[in-house]
Design a protein around this ligand. Structure first.
Ligand SMILES: NC(=O)c1ccc[n+]([C@@H]2O[C@H](COP(=O)([O-])OP(=O)(O)OC[C@H]3O[C@@H](n4cnc5c(N)ncnc54)[C@H](OP(=O)(O)O)[C@@H]3O)[C@@H](O)[C@H]2O)c1
Length: 533
């Protein structure tokens, strides 16, 4: 089947925010600022989507002057794979609005300097006192910075000191369990109202994740079949080919459940399973997503083996290279039982989805880098064609590719040309890149602009964050307290995870769809025949 023809090239209809603001980054010398935030802001500047008079104030402990901060960030943009081609003129204008304060988060001097600098910027440029604070800092400092912002008078209830607004963006991870997430929510709520808080999960800013909502709710053919009558089961896969790389120390504290499931994957589940909201925006979308998380049947410790699988990668040979096991990575305990792979079977216990399994898996050092959602539909009730053993009839599959090669495919049965009635599955493809011929905005561009415009739709609300922790906490606790039944490592680098992950579906008469590597990926073949000793 041929792809849908590109009908027209669509450029972003987004307009620049009408009101300007000052964007204050706590942690401005860190990795996130350098790799994501400044490149995203620069891209917005290139696209003329930043408001007139926009300024950035960076704060961190590394001593820097405005000029050296601008130079550092210029280098970051030039090195970034996500930034659009470097444009000297755009950068010069953008950089003129960049400032830096050297300060310890706990010390009052930094906040006093910030007060003075914000007033100076707002007075000199006749800007309203709209301020967007971004916490690009280790989670352990969030409470400190938030309470200092409160103590130093940056936030009054409803934030209307003058005519301006105050908002805060908080990075993931949001807590490391239910109790710490509740504590952080309580700390933020003593200073900020919920409407001012933007808990960011960059997955939700991805173009294809938003397209999931467009696909479901802007097409009348989808909604009638999006339920337990027609859907056999749903698979969500978020697979990485990379290992933990230089993040071993962080990963030892996090593990796959915290790193991927608590935020990204449960959010994807919520978008796939949610009921139609009354409108896009405000609390409508977030209410419907919360309903889904509330409806997920809690994981029962009694039958954990049938609902959850954990794994850890061993060594393996990928593209002819021998790769180390997780336990041999830098910063990792050589006896670590931290999981680098998780597969779960969950049920959303409501009218629409009762008894439909949602199989969700994620892992590092897997065979293919891919994030996709597969909706497998039920077989036809009666197959009246006289099929031979050569006919391959598969159930209809709807494959929504989040990354890479963003797009949607539908697999269905077709007649093989010829005099006999022979059937074969074929595929109809929609490719984002081919159809629209534009590079989609990065997730951070979308989300930063949303926060500037006061649109919280794609950000997490406190109840959703807490529901997600509530759901995973029993599993986190049991896995922390017990050794894995099959000793780690239990899957080879370059494989599709432990065999118990396949069994999770085989027991139900189903199988994972293991997609081939994209042609864009360098790795073509692997030889992972078990754990390499
Ligand atoms: N990096 C990513 O790709 C990524 C992705 C998703 C989420 N996140 C989240 O984003 C947050 C930041 O991550 P990151 O990777 O950017 O961390 P990072 O590289 O360690 O940066 C931390 C920043 O905080 C500053 N800092 C730390 N302690 C300070 C103190 N006492 N006083 C003043 N400044 C202090 C550091 O300043 P100095 O450098 O000057 O010491 C640095 O600017 C974390 O919550 C992380 O989980 C990061």
């Amino acid at each position: 089947m041929s792809s849908i023809a590109p009908e027209q090239v669509i450029t972003s209809p987004r307009l620049r925010p009408q009101e300007t603001n000052t964007f204050v980054i706590f942690g401005a010398s860190g990795d996130l600022t350098r790799r994501k935030l400044i490149p995203a802001l620069y891209n917005l500047a290139v696209a003329k989507l930043l408001p007139e008079g926009f300024h950035v104030v960076g704060i961190a402990v590394t001593p820097m002057k405005d000029e050296s901060f601008r130079e550092e960030m210029c280098q970051a943009v030039k090195e970034s794979k996500e930034a659009t081609a470097f444009n000297e003129e755009v950068w010069r204008d953008f950089a003129l609005g960049m400032h830096y304060i050297t300060a310890e988060f706990d010390a009052p001097e930094g906040y006093e300097k910030l007060h003075a600098l914000l007033s100076e910027i707002e007075t000199e440029h006749e800007n309203p006192d709209n301020r967007l604070f971004y916490l690009a800092i280790p989670p352990s400092f969030c409470g400190t910075v938030i309470s200092r912002l409160g103590q130093h008078g940056f936030v009054s209830p409803q934030a209307h000191r003058g005519k301006g607004w105050t908002r805060i963006i908080v990075e993931k991870p949001f807590g490391r369990d239910l109790a710490s997430a509740q504590k952080l929510n309580a700390e933020i709520h003593t200073v900020f109202d919920e409407e001012q808080i933007y808990r960011i999960d960059h997955y939700l800013g991805k173009e294809t994740v938003q397209n999931l909502m467009a696909f479901r709710f802007a097409n009348s053919i989808i909604e009638p079949i999006w339920n337990r009558r027609y859907v056999d089961h749903v698979q969500i896969t978020a697979a990485e080919t990379l290992g933990v790389e230089h993040r071993g120390r962080y990963y030892e504290e996090a593990g796959c459940l915290r790193d991927m499931f608590q935020n990204h994957l449960l959010q994807l589940l919520a978008i796939i399973a949610m009921d139609p909201p009354v409108r896009y925006g405000g609390s409508s979308v977030r209410d419907r997503k919360s309903d889904v998380l509330r409806a997920v049947i809690p994981i029962n410790p009694e039958n954990l083996g049938e609902m959850a699988v954990r794994g850890q990668y061993g060594a393996g040979i990928v593209d002819g290279h021998r790769l180390p096991s997780y336990r041999d990575e830098e910063g990792v305990n050589p006896k670590s039982n931290v999981e680098t792979f998780v597969a779960l079977k969950l049920f959303v216990d409501n009218w629409r989805w009762a008894e439909v399994p949602f199989y969700i898996r994620s892992g590092k050092r897997l065979h293919t880098k891919v994030t996709e959602i597969v909706i497998q539909f039920k077989r036809v009730p009666h197959m009246f064609f006289q099929l031979s053993s050569e006919d391959q009839m598969e159930p209809n599959l709807l494959i929504i590719r989040i990354a890479p090669d963003e797009g949607i495919s539908l697999k269905f049965g077709a007649k093989v040309p010829g005099p006999a009635m022979r059937l074969r599955p074929v595929q109809m493809n929609f490719s984002y890149a081919e159809t629209f011929q534009v590079q989609p905005a990065t997730a951070y561009e979308t989300l930063l602009l949303d926060a500037m415009e006061g649109d919280p739709t794609l950000f997490n609300r406190s109840d959703a964050v807490e529901h997600a922790w509530e759901l995973l906490e029993p599993l986190i606790d049991i896995w922390a307290a017990t050794k894995p039944f099959h000793p780690f490592p239990n899957y080879a680098s370059g494989s599709w995870g432990p065999t118990t992950s396949d069994l999770l579906l085989e027991r139900d008469g189903r199988a994972w769809r293991n997609p081939p590597a994209s042609p864009l990926q360098s790795r073509v073949g692997v030889e992972p025949s078990g754990i390499v000793p």
